[in-house]
Design a protein around this ligand. Structure first.
Ligand SMILES: Nc1nc2c(ncn2[C@@H]2O[C@H](COP(=O)(O)OP(=O)(O)O)[C@@H](O)[C@H]2O)c(=O)[nH]1
Ligand SMILES: [Mg+2]
Length: 705
C-alpha cells in the first residue's frame, strides 16, 4: 500500500474500471447486444492537443503499442509530408480502432480556422464530438464558432479540457469562460485534485471516486482526499441540478434532499448528452495520458449509435443499405477513395454502392489503409475508385436510391486568393486537373480564370490554406507552381465624350484596304457597361460591315489609355464611307478600333476601382478594432447590428475597395483570435483619383513593359 497526499492508493485489477463499472455498463446497455460501430470526431482550436489526444486514445485502447508524439513526428495521424513538416494537422486523420470490443472511427480534424471545411464535413459523420479545449480561460472565446455550430446542428458533444497539468486557473473560472461560448449548459463531470501547483488526479462526480494520474498509464483508484470532500460535493450538487433542469423526478429528489441512485444519474447523463441537452466537461492531459480511459469509457457508454445519428440527420432507414459519402480523398496507391459512413446494412466486397462497384473497401488508419472484405452498420470506410460518388451523396445499393443530404454544409465563400502558374509551361493542363482534385477533396478551395487580369486565381480561406494547396500540388501531383499576388481588376471610363473620324486605308500592290467611320463616343452612367448604336443612314457603311465596326470598337475598349478595360461608354456609329473592292470586315474592324483608341484619350479618362459589399461577423468586444480596420482600409460603413441569433456577436456591413479586401482576412483574424469572418460580393465601380490612382496606373505601365 502506498501513501499519497494523505490518501490511500489502492491499485485495482482492471484499469480505471473499479468495482461497479460493470454494473454501470449493464444499466446503460440493458442487454449484451453488440453495439454498432460508432464515430467520434475530434475538433478544437489549433494546438489544443487534438492529434495528441487521438494518439493517447489509441494507446489507451491498446490499438497501438507505443504512444507517438507530435513534436517527434511519429503519431498515427498527421502522416503526410505537409503535416509532419509543420507539426500541424493538415487533413482529417481518420483512424479505425476497437476498444473493449466496440468498433470506433475517430476523425481528428485540423484546428486551423482556414481548414474549417474539413471539420464541417466530418461533423456529418459524427455520433459524438470531442471538443478539445485549452485550459486557459483567456482562450475559451476561440471555441465559440465551433460550439455554436454544434449547438445549431444539435450534435452531441463533450468538452475535453486538455493540458490540465498546466492549468493555472481554477476549473470554475475556465468553466464560466467556456459557458459564455456555449448555448447549452456545460456540466462538469470531474474535478481536479491539486497538490500545490500541479494536478495529480481527479474525482469523478458520478461515482464519487478519486483517481491518481499515472504517466501514460491508467489512473489508480485512491481514497477521496479529505481536502476534496467539500469541493466534490459542491460540484456534484451543481451537476445534479443541471440534470434536474431536464427531469422533474430528479428535481423532486433534490428538493427533498434525497441522493439519487448512481445508475439513475448515469442514465440521465446519457440521455441528456444523446439529445444534446447538456455538454459534459472532462479534464485530462493528452501528452501525459491522463483522463483518457475516463473519456473512452464515457464514449463507450454514452455516445449514441448510427441509428440515432441517422435519425438526427433525417436520413431514412428503410431496411436496406444506407450510407453517406463524407469526403473524397486522393491517395497515391488507391486513387480516388470515397470516405463513407454506413448507417444501416452491410457492404461486402463486390457489392455496389450508389450503383458503383468499388475497387476495394478499406479501413483507414492515419496515412495507411487496410483492405477489408466487408463493413457493417456504423462503420466509416474508404471505398475505392467510385468516380460517381461525391461528398453529400446519400447512397444505397443502387443508383436510384441515391440522393443528397438535405443539410450538407455548403463550402464557405473564399476570402483569399493567389495567382498561380505552373513553373513548367507544359504543366498547364496537369495543373488545372490537379487543382480540380484538390477542390473535390476540399470545396472551400476554388479556381478562377480572371478575364480582366488574365490571371489564374486559386481561391481559399487564407494564407496557410493556399500554401498547403501549393505544397500538395508539388508533393502529390508533382506540379511545381509559381505564385503571385492577384491583381485588382481595375477598370477605366471617360468623363465626357467626343467625335472621331477614323479612316483606315492601305494600298499595297493588288487590292487594298479601305474603311472610313465617324463615331460619337459618349460617357454613360455608372454600371451601364458598353452600348453600341448603329445610326448609319443611307448605307454610308453597308449593313454587313457594321458588326465589324462594333467588334473593332470592343477590341479597342479592352485596354484604354490608362491600361485597363473601358466601361460605361457608348459608341454611336453615324456615318462613314466604303469602297466596293477594298472594303472588308477586317478593314472596318480596324477602323472601329482606331476610332476609340484615338478618341478615348481626349475624353478625360479616369480610373475605376471595384468596391465590394462586405459583411463582417465578430465577437462584440472586437468591434472597435474592426471599425479601425475598416476605416484604415478606406472602407465606408453602411451599418452594424447584433448578429441575429448570436449573443455577444456583431455584424458590420461596409463598402470596401477590392484591393483592400485581398488580405483583410489576415488582419481580421489576428484582431479576433481567429473568430472573425466575412462574406463579400462585388457591388460597384467607383472613380479613383489623385495619388492612389497615379500609383495604380504607374504600376500597370511598369508591368506592361
Ligand atoms: N503540456 C501539454 N502539451 C500538450 C498536451 N497535448 C498536446 N500537447 C502539445 O501541444 C502541441 C499541439 O498538439 P497537437 O496534438 O498537435 O494539437 P492539435 O493542433 O490540436 O492537433 C504539441 O506540441 C503537443 O505535444 C498536453 O496535454 N499537455
Ligand atoms: Mg492536430
Amino acid at each position: 500500500m502506498r501513501r499519497h497526499n494523505g490518501a490511500t492508493i489502492t491499485p485495482v485489477g482492471e484499469p480505471v474500471n473499479g468495482p461497479g463499472t460493470r454494473v454501470m455498463e449493464d444499466v446503460v446497455m440493458g442487454d449484451s447486444t453488440p453495439r454498432e460501430a460508432r464515430c467520434a470526431v475530434i475538433v478544437g482550436p489549433y494546438t489544443a492537443g487534438k492529434t495528441t489526444l487521438l494518439e493517447a486514445m489509441l494507446f489507451a485502447a491498446g490499438a497501438t503499442q507505443r504512444k507517438g508524439s507530435v513534436p517527434q513526428g511519429n503519431t498515427v495521424g498527421d502522416a503526410n509530408p505537409e503535416a509532419r513538416q509543420r507539426q500541424m494537422t493538415t487533413d482529417p486523420n481518420v483512424v479505425h480502432f476497437t476498444y473493449l470490443g466496440d468498433t470506433w472511427t475517430a476523425i481528428d480534424c485540423p484546428g486551423s480556422v482556414e481548414l474549417m471545411q474539413d471539420t464541417r464535413t466530418a461533423l456529418m459523420a459524427a455520433d459524438i464530438v470531442i471538443v478539445v479545449a485549452e485550459p486557459d480561460p483567456g482562450r475559451a472565446a476561440a471555441l465559440a464558432p465551433l460550439l455554436r455550430a454544434l449547438d445549431e446542428l444539435s450534435i452531441p458533444h463533450v468538452i475535453f479540457v486538455n493540458k490540465i497539468e498546466k492549468a493555472p486557473a481554477r476549473v470554475s473560472e475556465l468553466l464560466a469562460a467556456l459557458q459564455a461560448a456555449s448555448a447549452r449548459p456545460l456540466v462538469l463531470r470531474e474535478v481536479p485534485i491539486r497538490e500545490g501547483e500541479t494536478i495529480t488526479g481527479y474525482v469523478d462526480l458520478v461515482s464519487e471516486r478519486a483517481w491518481h494520474y499515472n504517466e501514460n498509464k491508467p489512473s489508480d483508484l485512491i481514497a477521496m482526499p479529505d481536502s476534496m470532500k467539500d469541493r466534490e460535493s459542491e460540484a456534484r450538487q451543481e451537476m445534479l441540478e443541471a440534470l434536474a433542469d431536464f427531469d422533474d423526478g430528479l428535481m423532486e429528489q433534490l428538493l427533498e434532499d434525497k441522493v439519487p441512485a448512481t445508475a439513475e444519474v448515469y442514465q440521465q447523463l446519457t440521455r441528456d448528452l444523446q439529445q444534446d441537452l447538456i455538454v459534459p466537461v472532462l479534464i485530462g492531459s493528452a501528452e501525459h495520458g491522463n483522463g483518457i480511459v475516463r473519456l473512452l469509457k464515457i464514449l463507450r457508454h454514452e455516445a449514441p449509435g448510427p441509428r440515432q445519428t441517422a435519425e438526427r440527420l433525417g436520413i431514412p432507414l428503410n431496411g436496406g443499405l444506407a450510407a453517406s459519402v463524407v469526403r473524397t480523398i486522393y491517395q497515391a496507391h488507391t486513387g480516388k477513395l470515397s470516405l463513407v459512413r454506413l448507417w444501416q446494412g452491410e457492404l461486402k466486397e463486390g457489392q455496389t454502392l450508389g450503383g458503383e462497384r468499388p475497387s476495394g473497401l478499406y479501413h483507414l488508419r492515419g496515412g495507411e489503409v487496410e483492405k477489408i472484405s466487408q463493413a457493417g452498420a456504423g462503420d466509416v470506410i474508404g471505398v475505392g475508385r467510385c468516380d460517381g460518388l461525391k461528398p453529400g451523396d446519400l447512397a444505397g445499393e443502387a443508383k436510384r436510391e441515391a440522393g443528397q443530404h438535405a443539410a450538407w454544409p455548403e463550402a464557405p465563400q473564399p476570402v483569399y486568393a493567389l495567382a498561380v502558374q505552373p513553373q513548367n509551361r507544359q504543366d498547364e493542363v496537369k495543373l488545372t486537373g490537379s487543382i480540380a482534385k484538390l477542390i473535390e477533396e476540399d470545396p472551400s478551395l476554388a479556381l478562377e480564370h480572371n478575364h480582366d487580369t488574365h490571371q489564374m486565381l486559386l481561391w481559399g480561406q487564407g494564407e496557410i490554406h493556399l500554401q498547403l494547396a501549393v505544397e500538395r500540388l508539388k508533393n502529390k501531383y508533382n506540379v511545381a507552381v509559381r505564385t503571385q499576388r492577384p491583381q485588382t481588376p481595375y477598370k477605366e471610363t471617360i468623363r465626357h465624350g467626343t467625335d472621331v473620324h477614323s479612316r483606315f486605308k492601305r494600298q499595297s500592290g493588288g487590292h487594298g484596304q479601305f474603311a472610313d467611320v465617324k463615331v460619337q463616343i459618349k460617357a454613360l452612367p455608372r454600371g451601364s457597361g458598353f452600348q453600341f448604336e448603329d445610326a448609319v443612314v443611307g448605307g454610308a457603311v453597308p449593313r454587313q460591315f457594321i458588326s465589324s465596326v462594333e467588334e473593332g470598337v470592343k477590341e479597342g475598349l479592352l485596354q484604354g489609355p490608362l491600361g485597363f478595360p473601358v466601361v460605361d461608354v457608348g459608341v454611336r456609329l453615324h456615318d462613314g464611307q466604303y469602297h466596293s473592292v477594298d472594303s472588308s470586315d477586317m478593314a472596318f474592324k480596324t477602323a472601329g478600333r482606331q476610332a476609340v483608341q484615338e478618341g478615348l484619350p481626349k475624353c478625360d479618362p479616369v480610373l475605376l476601382e471595384p468596391i465590394c459589399e462586405v459583411t463582417i461577423d465578430v465577437p462584440s468586444d472586437a468591434m472597435s478594432r474592426v471599425h479601425g480596420i475598416v476605416s484604415s482600409r478606406r472602407g465606408h460603413l453602411l451599418g452594424f447590428e447584433g448578429k441575429p441569433g448570436w449573443d455577444g456577436w456583431d455584424q458590420i456591413k461596409c463598402h470596401l475597395p477590392a484591393s483592400e479586401l485581398s488580405d483583410l482576412i489576415v488582419e481580421l483574424r489576428s484582431a479576433t483570435q481567429g473568430a472573425g469572418s466575412f462574406v463579400w460580393r462585388f457591388d460597384h465601380l467607383q472613380e479613383l483619383t489623385g495619388r492612389p490612382a497615379e500609383k495604380v496606373i504607374q504600376e500597370r505601365q511598369q508591368a506592361a513593359q
